[in-house]
Design a protein. Sequence first.
Length: 259
Amino acid sequence: MLKFSANISMMFGEEENPIKRMQLAKNAGFGAVEYLFIYDMSLDDLDRESDNVGVEWSVINVAVGEGVKHGPLVAAAPGKENAWRQNVAAALPYCKTLKPSALVIPAHSPPDGVSKADALTVFKENLKFAADAFGDIGTKVIVEPLNPDVRPNSLLRTSDETMAIIEEVGHPNVGLEYDAYHMYSTEGNMEATVEKYLPYIGNIQIADVPERHEPGTGKVDYDGFLAALDRLNYSNWVACEYRPSSNTLDSLRWMKKWV
């Protein structure tokens, strides 16, 4: 049976306090939560609330920008290795305490003026550093390719391209984040791709195309895709990372057949 997580940066916005959204997610049938950016929230508060509510954590995203902020991908910035290590250090206590299934490195755009070749060279070394650091606390590191139409100049854009880097790095603590919203547009063949890379996939995120609303509002055949995940015995989280087209609870009608 599939298990679902809610991205409560995007969902349950009916509740202004993002930490209190955990209870709403639990009440709606979700077993786990995740946020887009976690470092502006108290770790103690997050830990206390998730423990009280009884939800797990699907993933935590590393801060991609320099200074534990949003911004160009510091992991792909030559000469900024210490800044990347600062971001890794910031994520470690969150992962150690909250115990997500994985730590995500989104393959955002490198800083302006950095060639893709130079960006990939430093990214691979920084990926090894993160894999070692999070391996010490038992957290898998997964890399997320992105659609450049959504994230311009994304460093990695397809599962094949990302897996080539993962295989080159050759670290046992590195895997793949599969975001169906991005990959539907950049590569298609979603079911075949997931089957091909299933042992490496640490998390799957879903949203319909093109408006990033709930399944059933766009082009993606999510009935077929989720049925394929079930058939493949996919056992990690399916994370709903979408903007509800109406209120959040109404946007969950599609999920009733799966929970």
